[in-house]
Write a protein that binds this ligand. Structure first.
Ligand code: CP3
Length: 363
């Protein structure tokens, strides 16, 4: 863990249990939120979405605010997450982007010339709807719960930008990184720079914490994970720590590298305050391997929400027991909630966290 992250003194310690857990401070009960908590499993989201395209929704601050608030009002999560998408800054770098039925489509970057044409966007000028949505959500939340800003990690953004879409194998993206690592690292550095400014803009607008999504890092071998994913995530995190927006308040940084249970030993050095953990590893084992210097977030299998409420309750209790009672666990799914999920099962999950959540000490 990088040493720049001083623990807050008693006087500036945050009071919300989500932020406290991020900083491994005692809480009155395990906090809970859910990746993709605003989305298609909610009828009220689908009603708003019926009036506009997905990108139209991301670019309309009032509507983005409305859908961000839906799961907060419906389930009482302990944190809100900005409604947007990891690919918004890629579009701002000059890469045409569309969302169709099969997910995102981008104009693929296949060579050095295409990488050289990318621009370094000023977030306030090219994505003003993002900081505007953050301000709108902060007003709507009115201090109820903290707001998480987010961005894609450099590797995951590079994977989409080179491939031009989602993929199982990431053949083209890996081919570029492995055959022309100089161009690959150039591209990763461009994304690192853009994401750094983009997250600074979200924090300057009021985001209380940030999560970096490395959704596809788990498709890499250990050596490639070190070279192409972790190295740049760590670089991004250290730049964020040095930035005035992050130093002014103690803004926790969460790094979620999906599918990276085999790389826990390596992840301990990411510099993040919190590591998102997918469901392929027991949380107790993860904490034992990571040590006590980092908080963990996770890790119920999203498919558990397709079981009946009694089974959901049993599995939630299992996750909380595995996490143990040392400070620094945030309950979440191990990846995003699936669109076919029954909202009543999400309610059952939250109720189970309320029931079995751990008081780590008197706050
Ligand atoms: O968590 C939240 O509630 C905040 C909103 C959020 C969305 N995307 C909304 C969204 C967040 C944090 C993201 C991040 C994101 N976007 C990731 C990283 C998280 C992860 O799942 O690993 C990735 C890989 C993307 C890229 C992306 N966006 C894909 C591959 C897709 C298509 C597949 C899918 O799930 O639909 C999207 C679309 C998307 N992003 C939707 C939502 C609500 C569905 C779009 C719709 O309403 O039609």
């Amino acid at each position: 863990m990088l040493a720049s992250a001083a623990m807050p003194s008693r006087d500036d310690a945050p009071s919300h249990r989500f932020l406290r857990a991020c900083l491994r401070l005692p809480v009155d009960r395990t906090p809970v939120w859910m990746m993709r908590q605003a989305g298609r499993y909610l009828p009220q989201y689908r009603a708003v979405r019926a009036t506009t395209s997905f990108l139209g929704l991301c670019k309309n601050p009032e509507l983005a605010c409305e859908v961000t608030m839906q799961p907060i009002n419906e389930f009482g999560f302990d944190a809100a997450i900005l409604f947007s998408d990891i690919l918004i800054p890629v579009e701002a770098m000059g890469v045409p982007l569309e969302f169709g039925d099969e997910g995102p489509k981008l104009e693929p970057l296949r060579d050095r010339a295409a990488i050289a044409r990318l621009i370094d966007p000023d977030p306030e000028a090219t994505m003003p709807f993002v900081p505007e949505a953050v301000r709108c959500i902060k007003r709507a939340l009115d201090g109820r719960v903290p707001l998480i800003g987010f961005a894609g990690a450099p590797f995951t953004l590079a994977a989409y930008a080179v491939e031009g879409s989602g993929s199982k194998e990431w053949r083209r993206a890996k081919a570029l990184l492995f055959s022309d690592p100089v161009a690959g690292h150039d591209l990763l550095e461009r994304f690192t720079r853009t994401v750094c400014r983009y997250l600074e803009a979200q924090v300057a607008a009021g985001a209380d914490a940030v999560q970096i999504f490395d959704s596809w890092a788990g498709t890499l071998s250990p050596a490639d994970f070190d070279e192409f994913a972790l190295r740049w995530a760590r670089e991004l995190i250290s730049r964020l720590r040095a930035s005035p927006a992050f130093a002014a308040r103690r803004v926790p940084i969460i790094y979620f590298a999906n599918g990276c249970a085999p790389y826990l030993g390596r992840l301990a050095s990411s510099g993040a305050d919190v590591l998102g953990i997918d469901w392929r590893v027991d949380l107790g084992e993860a904490r034992a391997r990571l040590g006590s210097e980092v908080a963990v977030q996770g890790n119920l299998d999203p498919a558990a929400l397709f079981a009946p409420p009694s089974e959901i309750e049993r599995r939630v209790e299992g996750v909380i027991r595995s996490a143990g009672d040392a400070p620094g666990h945030i309950f979440n799914l191990g990846h995003g909630v699936q669109p076919e999920t029954n909202p009543e099962h999400v309610r059952a999950m939250v109720a189970a966290v309320h029931r079995y959540g751990v008081r780590t000490a008197q706050p």
